[in-house]
Design a protein around this ligand. Structure first.
Ligand code: ADP
Ligand code: MG
Length: 509
């Protein structure tokens, strides 16, 4: 069996790494360490992935997919999808199963297809670097990904014959990179703010044991939200100045988005930047108009402070779930590009009463952690790592009155299993259907649907008599399977359901 690589499949940037000859290293990708998670079709109909896709994004926003990890494993009709749809310029449709399809240059892509293209590109770089075939990988996902999102990433691997041997959570991976081979005994908090998602985990590290105590996050909080604030600010100023509305112009907005991200990154190191975009529109007389203004850190902070506040409310929650106070945290680690913003580092300092530890590279830590895990899973590996993670979002079932009955509360350690006995509510009922959902809402309909579990072949009997025992099993990757057994007949009639949510009604999360 060949080597296993680690891949951080990021919303904005992906990164691959390997533990090779006792050395942990990032796999170089065309001169850089990270690859834009973008797919595009250019005017000649060529499919572009990564750097090539990003390079032409400004002139081809409709046929360039970016940020699509935010959509993976979500229903077309879900509220979340609706929000994202307003964000991106590429066309989205619904497939027969209620999933999102991206339509680009006459071709339909599922979100799994898009993830597969990016994974394949990362694998290409790894193969080039290692000069051997790569067929297995450990892939990371946001800790706050639900079951369906995790499944979709596994499927993406299958599509390209890349065996995703294990999915691990991004902050957990970053903690591995931090604590590996250090013989630590401490509690750390990982604050991971990337391009589109925010995750926070608090872990106890005891040498080679990495135990997640609690995790939380928001799959709608990241760099693009910061950029949106700048875009609105700039578009409004432009409207005030020239009475021209830029928001309906896809190319103009894409150009402002690019400039906004660049300005935001620059403002991490300088106090003020020029924000200029020539020929962004024309006025009523056909004269070209130009954006020409200045942005400074104070303006940026004012526009985005509430986003940082929002992240710290999640930190509050995670610490409360772990029954810890900020003082109990020995080190705070920052992961994700957005944590380079002074606004974030200052807040960390005031919240925890100490500056963040500087020991991991925010862009590479996740991939490096995945590579450590990957190496420990190789045959004949001399590395033993114990990863104990938790389920990030409660999993339960919808009761007939739509109340949500939690089977696993959020932050339940995984792997885990629970059993529950179901019965019939009508005489001679021969099947029982249970709807499994994931979320924190009391009204089950407000939680994301994972799937319908149907147990058939029950012996006809008066209502309430048949007893079907269902076992809900969460594997170490946080993926759920359900097994059921008819307790009365004693026959080991077992049904294993892999919950994929196909044909599931729309979810509202
Ligand atoms: P993801 O894991 O979601 O792919 P990353 O961790 O690579 O994301 O972070 C990407 C985000 O970080 C982008 O929004 C990018 O603009 C932002 N970013 C990168 N460097 C900086 C910086 N120096 N200052 C502020 N933001 C940055
Ligand atoms: Mg990331």
């Amino acid at each position: 069996m060949g080597r296993i690589i680690g891949i951080d499949l990021g919303t904005t940037y992906s990164c691959a790494a390997i533990y090779l000859g006792g050395k942990l290293q990032v796999i170089p990708c065309k001169g850089s360490n990270t690859v834009p998670s973008m797919v595009a079709i250019d005017e000649k109909g060529r499919e572009l992935v990564g750097h090539d896709a990003k390079r032409q994004a400004v002139i081809n926003p409709v046929n360039t997919i970016h940020g699509s990890k935010r959509l993976i494993g979500r229903n077309f009709n879900a509220k979340t999808t609706e929000v994202i749809r307003r964000h991106y310029r590429y066309e989205m449709n619904e497939d027969n199963h209620g999933n999102v399809l991206i339509h680009m240059a006459g071709k339909d892509y599922t979100l799994t297809d898009v993830a597969a293209l990016v994974l394949d590109r990362m694998r290409d770089y790894a193969q080039e670097f290692l000069q051997e075939k790569v067929e297995r990988a450990v892939v990371t996902v946001p800790a706050y990904f639900n079951d369906r999102q995790r499944q979709s990433v596994k499927e993406a691997g299958k599509k390209i014959d890349l065996d995703v041997v294990r999915i691990i959570n991004e902050p957990t991976a970053a903690a591995l990179a931090y604590g590996f081979n250090k013989g630590l005994n401490e509690k750390v908090l990982m604050y991971d703010m990337g391009g589109g998602t925010f995750d926070v985990s608090v872990l106890s590290i005891r040498d080679k044991v990495f135990e997640v105590l609690a995790t939380g996050g928001n799959t709608f909080l990241g760099g693009v939200d910061f950029d949106d604030r700048i875009i609105s600010f700039v578009a409004k100023k432009f409207k005030d100045q020239h009475n021209v509305d830029l928001t309906a112009d896809a190319i103009a907005i894409q150009r402002i988005r690019d400039a906004a991200e660049k300005a935001r990154i620059d403002l991490s190191t300088v106090e003020e930047v020029a924000f200029s975009i020539p020929y962004i529109a024309v006025d009523a007389a056909g004269q070209p108009l130009t954006i020409d203004m200045k942005l400074n850190r104070a303006i940026l902070n004012g526009l985005t402070k509430d986003l940082v506040d929002k992240s710290f409310r999640i930190v509050d929650q995670v610490l409360a779930d772990a029954k810890l106070t900020p003082k109990d945290v020995d080190h705070v680690l920052l992961v994700g590009g957005v944590t380079r913003m002074p606004l974030v580092t200052e807040r960390v300092k005031s919240y925890f009463g100490k500056p963040p530890a500087k020991s991991v590279n925010p862009d590479e830590a996740v991939a490096l952690g995945a590579a450590i895990m990957a190496y420990s899973l190789e045959e004949n590996s001399d590395l033993q790592i114990t990863l104990l993670d938790v389920v990030p979002i409660s999993i339960g079932i919808a009761l007939p009155n739509f109340k949500f009955l939690k089977i696993f509360e959020r932050n339940t350690p995984i792997p885990n299993y629970k059993s529950k006995v179901f019965t019939t509510y009508k005489d001679n009922q021969t099947q029982i259907q249970v709807q499994i959902r994931q979320g924190e809402a009391e009204n089950a309909l407000n939680n994301e649907i994972l799937g319908n579990f149907v147990f058939t072949g029950i012996r006809p009997a008066p209502k309430g008599v048949p007893k079907v025992e269902a076992i809900f099993h969460l594997d170490p990757e946080g993926i759920l399977t359900v097994t059921a057994r008819d307790k009365d007949t004693g026959t080991q009639h077992e049904t294993i359901i892999n919950l994929k949510g196909d044909n599931a009604p729309s979810a509202e999360q």
